[in-house]
Design a protein around this ligand. Structure first.
Ligand SMILES: Nc1ncnc2c1ncn2[C@@H]1O[C@H](COP(=O)(O)OP(=O)(O)OP(=O)(O)O)[C@@H](O)[C@H]1O
Ligand SMILES: [Mg+2]
Length: 492
């Protein structure tokens, strides 16, 4: 049985039970007041079915009926009729559309119009009529006078107009009640459909679409009830599922790209090595000078491959989170000062102005110094590699923010194309696409740097202007001055 049918049955059931309880309550109430178990039945019969006359009225009617049957002529005797009708009994005698007698004079004129017609069979002898805006119940007997004219006798009694109206309106009231009953059921059905059945149907359809692999739809819900919450949870589940599938596809895509990049980057030096080795074997390197050149090239290419394999290895270990991090509170101000002091000899030799700008006071941050050194070396190597100015300048600066310490490596090099900027931290991405050119790297340097910084709960990004220079900004979480502070630092 569907939920809709169950709800429908439950509305009907509830309304029926309510009506039954109401009737039982009325019955008990009437019983409690009257002490008569048939009180309601009697009330109903008295009021609507029999509409009885009083005993005196009934007797008067019987007297008149007897006269009409045996001696109708006497019904024309006004005096006799006056004897029968006491002030409380209203009697009317009609002969051939003329009123012979009416005990209440003021009714005479309207009576002819209101009283029912002659009926020889006397079937409808009791009913209610309206005279001068008041309801009267009557008993009637039709007969023939000796001259064969039609005669009728009536005994009338005024009844409560309200009861009569109710009686007349009862079928209409019942009809209206029935219509209301249907409307309430319809309304309840509509409300329940809107708030329960429709959202459930949407869920069912959604589940079926997910089953068939379609995740491109939306389940909306505005209500805050359990069904609304269920729909929202379902929608969240759909979004999560879609995201995870997209992520899966992205991983798959990345994996393929990675494989192809690794193959390419390993294949190129390998091809050169094989070429040179074949040259030596074939005796092309016939002079000592040539031999030396060939061997140097083979060595350089093999070294390149070794570096690349090392980087790949490191990258994949970072990716798999297999490299342990020793993150601790360190004095970056001192550490970078020492680092620059150490490195500047080499940089001066290569005609590069490496400068360190800091606030001067100790700045503590959470970092793994070994890994941080690797990041700084990568950044400096990039600045040097992509330098295109005669005056080569690299500035490392350090300052603090509310919650972070900021390390910034700025150069006056070639800068990065804005279109390439969002991708430079992606693995194997190189803004200048020809691989293994003069400046060539594998495109892993910044990807490794990012993995390390993220692992240290920091952040890293690039700001750059083409032809002007690049600035790599690194944030590390500020720390308290305690534990291992690296005032006296070791750079190895
Ligand atoms: N300081 C910089 N100036 C100009 N371009 C830069 C700078 N740093 C990075 N880039 C651009 O970002 C790309 C990605 O840098 P990344 O360090 O990841 O790779 P790479 O230097 O090419 O190779 P690798 O570092 O693995 O030897 C570089 O190819 C380069 O185009
Ligand atoms: Mg690099």
């Amino acid at each position: 049985m569907s939920i809709k049918t169950r709800f429908l049955l439950s509305y009907v059931g509830v309304i029926m039970i309510a009506i039954t309880l109401l009737l039982v309550a009325i019955f008990l109430f009437a019983f409690a007041i009257t002490g008569d178990i048939k009180a309601i039945e009697h009330f109903y019969k008295k009021s609507y079915v029999q509409k009885p006359l009083t005993t005196i009225e009934e007797n008067a009617f019987l007297d008149l009926k007897l006269l009409a049957k045996n001696n109708p002529q006497q019904l024309l005797d006004i005096e006799q009729l006056q004897n029968i009708s006491t002030p409380s009994i209203e009697i009317v005698v009609r002969k051939d559309h003329q009123l012979v007698y009416a005990s209440q004079k003021d009714h005479q004129r309207v009576l002819l119009k209101s009283l029912p017609g002659f009926e020889a069979t006397n079937i409808n002898s009791r009913d209610t009529i309206m005279i001068n805006q008041a309801f009267y119940t009557y008993v009637k007997f039709d007969f023939y006078f000796p001259d064969q004219t039609e005669g009728s006798i009536f005994v009338l009694r005024e009844v409560s107009s309200r009861a009569e109206v109710t009686r007349e309106l009862l079928p209409i009231l019942l009809g209206i009640l029935f219509v209301l009953f249907m409307m309430i059921i319809g309304l309840l059905n509509y409300l329940v459909s809107r708030s329960i059945i429709n959202p459930l149907s949407a869920l069912k359809e959604g589940a079926q679409r997910i089953k068939s692999g379609d995740l491109n739809f939306e389940i909306t819900s505005h209500s805050n009830d359990e069904i609304g919450q269920l729909n929202r949870s379902f929608e969240e589940m759909r979004i999560k599922l879609k995201e995870s599938i997209q992520l899966q596809l992205q991983y798959e895509e990345n994996r393929k790209e990675l494989l192809s990049n690794i193959s390419h980057d390993l294949k190129t030096p390998m091809t050169s090595i094989i070429g040179y080795v074949e040259g030596i074997k074939d005796g092309v390197a016939n002079t000592e000078e040539k031999m030396d050149k060939y061997l140097t090239t083979i060595y350089t290419k093999a070294k390149d491959m070794d570096v690349l394999i090392d980087e790949l290895f490191l990258f994949s270990k970072l990716d798999l989170k297999k490299i342990p991090f020793q993150i601790e509170s360190v004095n970056l101000q001192q550490y970078i000062h020492d680092y620059v002091e150490d490195a500047s000899f080499d940089f001066i030799a290569r005609d590069i102005h490496l400068q360190y700008i800091s606030a001067g006071s100790p700045l503590y941050a959470m970092a793994d110094l070994d890994k941080l050194r690797r990041v700084l070396t990568n950044l400096l190597s990039n600045s040097e590699k992509y330098m295109d100015k005669p005056y080569k300048q690299i500035i490392i600066s350090l300052h603090e923010r509310a919650e972070d310490v900021v390390i910034q490596v700025t150069d006056n090099g070639a800068g990065i194309d804005p279109a390439a900027l969002p991708y430079i931290f992606d693995r194997f991405y190189r803004a200048e696409p020809s691989r293994n050119s003069q400046t060539g790297g594998s495109g892993l340097g910044l990807a490794i740097a990012k993995q390390i910084v993220v692992e240290m709960n920091g952040d890293i990004w690039a700001e750059s202007e083409l032809t002007k220079g690049t600035s790599i900004v690194m944030l590390l979480k500020k720390a308290e001055e305690k534990g291992n502070n690296h005032e006296k630092n070791t750079i190895n």
